[in-house]
Design a protein around this ligand. Structure first.
Ligand code: ZN
Ligand code: ZN
Length: 377
């Protein structure tokens, strides 16, 4: 990519960076992308779905359709970067690199709009990755079904790797995740008359400790799982026995089976608390993301190709306990996701994260060459 092409994309990224929007409210982002796409040769076929966009570049003699997906949403974080092009949406920030993911997709579309492949290419701008989850509804949408691809790829920025690094692995790359909201209802009362009340502070405390036994006693030690209760709210005042408690947490596992086992154990322990403390309990599993399971053969072939045919550094990484709704696409369509090094000391979702913009040209270079290899072989 020439310096001026990169500078154009960096400018695009900076404009997207200033308009982060929450999931399924990415209307300004959608308009910005549509305006950009209209400047390209009109062989592009464009459909919108909610705040998302599907862009097809018809092949010359298509035998298959190859897709690339970029997520679109920002996060409810107040930006603390040193950028002159900080978020103009108070309290929202592109702190997970989705501005960069979209820019890379636009770079690829610009490239292939001028030189289509034999096969069809499909670019997906997917809303709501950070929640409530746009991948699954987009997968089930009519526009997607009409253009359903045969392979699908995506990347995510990785703060911990230098620019010029590609990291991935065959098989599980991201965990299964589920939210977990547990409400306990007992009876409040005067702090000095505990025998007339039913204290949910005690019940909730017991439950939090019991939940910690699931990973240590019910999950195979060679397997992995996480149960984190990140928020706990009980009661109303220091001298009133709490009649209500709410636990809010998240579960992460490296297989669907373990997710089912963990949830079954949580249900049993919550039933035990209900009986033991004579209270009522409800569980809400909230949003669930399925694992990102990279296709073994495609991922190995890509990794070998990166090592043999590109100047970039390939790292075989470990699986991460973070979630990514791209997993829903991979459940139906073979493909993979990889990490793209952007070299910043701050992690994803940090208010000071400043990814290196040169990584955009690495990604456009790698993916344009790789898609060309797949789409005209
Ligand atoms: Zn994120
Ligand atoms: Zn992300």
């Amino acid at each position: 990519m020439s310096r001026s092409q990169l500078e154009t994309l960096i400018q695009v990224r900076r404009e997207l960076h200033q308009i982060p929007e929450p999931g399924f409210q990415e209307w300004k982002t959608q308009q910005f992308l549509l305006d950009y796409l209209r400047t390209l040769p009109n062989r592009l076929q464009i459909k919108t779905w909610k705040t998302g966009i599907l862009v097809k570049i018809p092949g010359t003699q298509p035998q298959k359709c190859i897709a690339y997906r970029a997520d679109m949403d920002g996060l409810p974080i107040t930006e603390q970067t040193t950028y002159p092009f900080r978020s103009r949406h108070e309290g929202y920030m592109h702190a997970c690199g989705h501005d960069i993911h979209m820019t890379i997709a636009l770079g690829l579309i610009s490239h292939f709009a001028h030189q289509p492949l034999r096969d069809d290419l499909l670019f997906l701008f997917q809303p709501a990755e950070e929640g409530p989850g746009g991948a699954q509804p987009m997968l089930n949408s009519e526009p997607f079904k009409e253009w359903k691809p045969d392979m699908i790829f995506a990347l995510h920025i990785a703060p911990e790797y230098p620019v010029g690094t590609i990291a991935t692995k065959p098989g599980i790359l991201f965990a299964n995740t589920s939210e977990c909201f547990i409400d306990l209802t007992g009876t409040s009362g005067h702090a000095a008359r505990p025998h007339l009340a039913n204290d949910m502070a005690i019940a909730a405390s017991q439950l939090v400790m019991q939940l910690q036994t699931i990973v240590s006693r019910n999950v195979d030690p060679i397997d992995s799982a996480i149960i984190t209760i990140g928020k706990m709210s009980v009661g109303t005042k220091q001298n009133i026995i709490a009649g209500q408690a709410r636990l809010e947490g998240t579960i992460r596992t490296l297989s669907m089976e373990t997710m089912h086992r963990v949830k079954a154990r949580i249900e049993q322990l919550v039933q035990g608390i209900e009986q033991g403390f004579a209270c009522q309990a409800t569980i809400d599993w909230g949003a669930n993301y399925c694992q990102v399971d990279n296709d073994e053969a495609l991922t190995r072939a890509f990794m070998d190709w990166v090592e043999a045919e590109t100047p970039y550094t390939l790292i075989t990484c470990r699986e991460a306990m973070t979630g990514e709704d791209f997993g829903y696409f991979l459940r139906e369509i073979p493909g993979f996701m990889f990490w793209l090094g952007v070299d910043t000391p701050y992690g994803l979702h940090h208010p000071k994260i400043e990814p290196q913009e040169e990584a955009i040209s690495v990604a456009v270079d790698v993916m344009s060459r790789y898609l060309t290899k797949l789409g005209q072989a």
